[in-house]
Design a protein around this ligand. Structure first.
Ligand SMILES: [Zn+2]
Length: 357
């Protein structure tokens, strides 16, 4: 049943010259696309059915990026990953309506890598930068990834619905209260990679031993440093006795001895609420993580007692580097929010001030 409804919706999305399309379009979504159409009490049974089908299409299909003007960065599926269905998680509420086109340089037709690195976690950023963009801006296309020709079929729709019903729900967006946390992490004055790192740690997305055991990649979850506790992000970065030396500065981290945190997210939230040194914490935790990884691959590693001064230096260097171009990030985000629209071809758009002399 659902699979057949999806077929109807697919036709409405793709065969725009059919009578079927014209009738429905005029009646139910005259000024928008079917993807944006909402259910209304006025809607007929047929229309309601088509919306059910439309939702199935939305859950299963993917967007192929053309000019990016139809694709919402956070609400549409456009990252080319099949399993699990994937869409990036929006870090900041202000960007909720941003389109993929705002990530593409309209003149060079390349990804704006700086922006992509800044907005997405590392894995997603890498995936996005690997999506090739055509030199001519074509329209974005919705395709069905479960058939070889990308066109929805009843059979593949049925299979998709069956698999979907069997799968546990994953990739849920973060709960609303997390938004504030993401926003704070995002507004730290630290390098992009540091933000990504803290964000991933809070989302439990670091390749930490506890997580690797959960995914049955390894069998032993015990911290290699102290061999006494399970290695989760909080332990590895903060509470392991082997990193005592890193957090030894009493004037900064005295609460480490007196306050227990359930996980790294709680710790980060607490640092934000108490107005503690979040940025220095971020660089220090990142250095701890790097040192851990270097030791694991037997690379030349920073000595733990050097981590505090190294982290401090990195933070200061970043601040002095960005001091002169402090407005840079804001210009970028402003750009993204404004959704500047490139001029049509054969047309030069000139923005200028007129000053009377
Ligand atoms: Zn340990």
């Amino acid at each position: 049943m659902g699979s057949l409804l999806a077929k109807q919706a697919w036709r409405l999305l793709h065969n725009k010259t059919s009578l079927f399309y014209k009738v429905f379009k005029a009646r139910f979504f005259p000024n928008i696309t079917i993807l944006e159409a909402t259910n209304s009490r006025m809607g007929s049974y047929a229309w309601k059915s088509i919306l059910i089908g439309r939702d199935i299409i939305q859950r299963g299909s993917r967007w192929r990026v053309g000019n990016g003007e139809k694709i919402n960065i956070w609400q549409h599926r456009w990252l080319p990953i099949k399993h699990p269905p994937h869409q990036p998680i929006c870090p900041i509420k202000d960007f909720e309506h941003s389109l993929v086109s705002s990530l593409i340089d309209p003149f060079t037709r390349q990804w704006q890598t700086e922006l992509v690195d800044g907005l997405f976690v590392e894995e997603d950023a890498e995936i996005i930068k690997r999506i090739s963009l055509s030199q001519v801006a074509t329209e974005d296309a919705l395709f069905w990834p479960f058939t070889s020709n990308g066109i929805y079929s009843y059979k593949s729709g049925y299979r998709f619905l069956k698999e979907e019903a069997e799968q546990p729900k994953t990739n849920q967006p973060p709960p609303l209260r997390d938004k504030q946390l993401w926003k704070n992490i995002w507004s730290m004055r630290v390098a992009q990679k540091i933000k990504n790192f803290v964000w991933r740690a809070c989302r439990n997305a670091l390749p930490i031993k506890k997580e690797l055991v959960r995914r049955t990649i390894i069998a032993d979850p015990i911290c290699d440093r102290c061999r006494t506790a399970i290695e989760d992000p909080l332990h590895a970065l903060w509470s392991c006795s082997e990193v005592d030396i890193v957090w030894a500065d009493q004037s900064l981290w005295d609460f480490r001895w007196s306050t227990d945190f359930e996980n790294i997210k709680m710790l980060v939230s607490w640092l934000i609420e108490e107005g503690k040194q979040l940025e220095l914490f971020a660089y220090t935790a990142w250095s701890v993580w790097n040192q851990r990884n270097q030791v694991r691959v037997r690379a030349l590693a920073t000595v733990p007692h050097q981590i505090p001064s190294v982290s401090r230096t990195l933070l200061h260097e970043f601040h002095s580097r960005t001091l002169t171009s402090d407005s840079h990030f804001h210009r970028r985000t402003h750009y993204l929010q404004q959704r500047w629209v490139p001029p049509p071809a054969n047309f030069v758009k000139i923005n200028f001030d007129v000053r009377s002399s």
